[in-house]
Design a protein around this ligand. Structure first.
Ligand SMILES: NC(=O)N[C@@H](CC(=O)O)C(=O)O
Ligand SMILES: [Zn+2]
Ligand SMILES: [Zn+2]
Length: 454
């Protein structure tokens, strides 16, 4: 007998309060009498008083670095997906810049399978566009698409697919199986040695700059290529006002482009670099307040389709050093929803239904996922996250589930708390706590953090 959950007095998508029964892996009943639909086994009915809480479809991340295989000292598939569940996610896309690279059917199947055995979230490996992310030869895109991992998102993330001919070929190939190329838009020559955003702050503190045009030039080229080929394109971690304008223009022209913004680009600026703390070193770099304002506006008006974490865990050795030597990247899975609440919901720019759109529905659609990002309706798979928007907490990276501590939100007070996460009706998180040893119904028992040896 599997546990059934009755969420009492909950507000689906922030709307009217009602009761929701989760049973048999599904949303089994919605409405005042939902509890009556529970099977006659009171011991197995777990009632949650959800007064004041919001129920959303499980979050879907299109851009997560899980680091396994190769850098299990920074994160593993288990620790990263456990962190994702704590953050309210039920599916993540695992970026391809692993060692070995996720550029063959064998490697992506391995990542997918370890994720499935871990049971914290669905894991959808992203396939590399080029062999070894080297930008020379196309990887075996078709074989990855046809593999058990059913790859639909392809990216050399961390590196830009710079060669326009290779980019064109990738768009042509992925079009054949309804895949998408997710581009890390960074003109390499314009960003050689770059350490932070090029602007007033970089000039004042003496760090080499990464100009906005290095991002915008690639996005402009790629939307034109996508139009020419008739393929779909996804823009990773867009960060400048100019990028928002280009994507807005491309969409108005009917080009099949989608774009993401990270939580950190919604809230932090290049002013953070003044303290030379490498926790704020990230690619693309933190930009100016005008850029932050523009990406918020772009997200609110639908120009930017999704928020994706770009969760990029790094070891202390790779981060606790001088700025120039430190790795690019910051963690984000466990704070993403709070940052979106703080910057978009609590400021009146978006509703909770909009949050569901940008953190669940749209990323699931872009990744062509089944059973994720769906409406909260009777008969749908119970991939859900229960949020208490009135809670507040101070971020302590050492207390997070991720294996790394490079959170730029350290010490900040953020609104909102994930109370529970359900993956196909099984609670991966309850009362904010990951459910390491709960027995499961589908997909195996979640495994505790630590390396899974396949
Ligand atoms: N975002 C980052 O600063 N770093 C990412 C790579 C990437 O997303 O470009 C990483 O893999 O560490
Ligand atoms: Zn990137
Ligand atoms: Zn990334």
């Amino acid at each position: 007998m599997t546990t059934q959950y009755l969420l009492k007095d909950v507000a689906p998508l922030g709307g009217d309060r009602t009761d929701v029964l989760v049973a048999g892996g599904l949303v089994a009943a919605i409405g005042a009498g939902a509890g009556d639909a529970a099977e006659n086994a009171p011991d197995d009915l777990h009632v949650i008083d959800a007064t004041g809480m919001v129920l959303l479809p499980g979050l879907v991340d299109l851009h997560t670095h899980l680091r396994e295989p190769g850098r299990e000292d920074a994160e593993t598939i288990v620790s990263g997906t456990r962190a994702a569940a704590v953050g309210g996610f039920t599916a993540v896309h695992a970026m391809a810049n692993t060692t070995p690279t996720q550029d063959t059917a064998g490697v992506v199947e391995q990542v997918w399978r370890i994720g499935r055995e871990a049971g914290w979230t669905d894991v959808h490996p992203v396939g590399a566009v080029s062999v070894g992310l080297e930008g020379q030869h196309l990887a075996e895109l078709g074989a990855m698409a046809d593999s058990a991992a059913r790859v639909r998102v392809f990216s050399d993330d961390g590196k830009c697919v710079h060669d326009p001919v290779l980019m064109r070929r990738a768009l042509e190939y992925t079009k054949a199986f309804d895949g998408v190329v997710a581009q890390h838009a960074q003109e390499p020559r314009l960003t050689e040695g770059a350490q932070m955003h090029e602007g007033v702050v970089s000039a004042e503190i003496g760090l080499a700059g990464w100009p906005a045009v290095a991002e915008e030039a690639i996005i402009a080229r790629d939307v034109l290529l996508a139009e020419h080929v008739g393929a779909r394109l996804h823009v990773c971690h867009l960060s400048t006002a100019g990028s928002v304008e280009i994507v807005r223009w491309a969409k108005s022209r009917g080009i099949d482009v989608t774009a993401e913004v990270t939580p950190h680009h919604l809230v932090l600026t290049d002013e953070e670099a003044r303290g030379y703390d490498p926790v704020f070193k990230v690619n693309p770099p933190l930009r100016t307040q005008a850029d932050v304002d523009a990406v918020r506006e772009g997200l609110a008006d639908g120009t930017i389709d999704i928020v994706a974490t770009d969760h990029a865990p790094h070891t202390r050795e790779d981060k606790d050093c001088e700025w120039a030597a430190a790795a690019f990247g910051m963690t984000g899975l466990e704070t993403a929803l709070s940052v979106v609440q703080q910057t978009m919901v609590d400021t009146g720019r978006m509703t909770w239904a909009d949050v569901a759109r940008v953190l669940s529905e749209n990323p699931a659609r872009i990744g062509r996922l089944d059973g994720q990002g769906r409406a909260i309706a009777v008969g749908e798979p119970a991939n859900l996250v229960l949020v208490d928007p009135d809670a507040r907490r101070v971020v302590v990276p050492e207390e997070q589930a991720t294996a790394s501590t490079n959170s730029p939100m350290r010490g900040r007070e953020l609104p909102g708390r994930v109370v529970a996460t359900f993956l196909r009706g099984r609670a991966t998180v309850l009362d904010g706590v990951p459910q390491d040893d709960r027995s499961s119904t589908a997909g195996g028992t979640p495994r505790a953090a630590g390396r899974v040896t396949p």
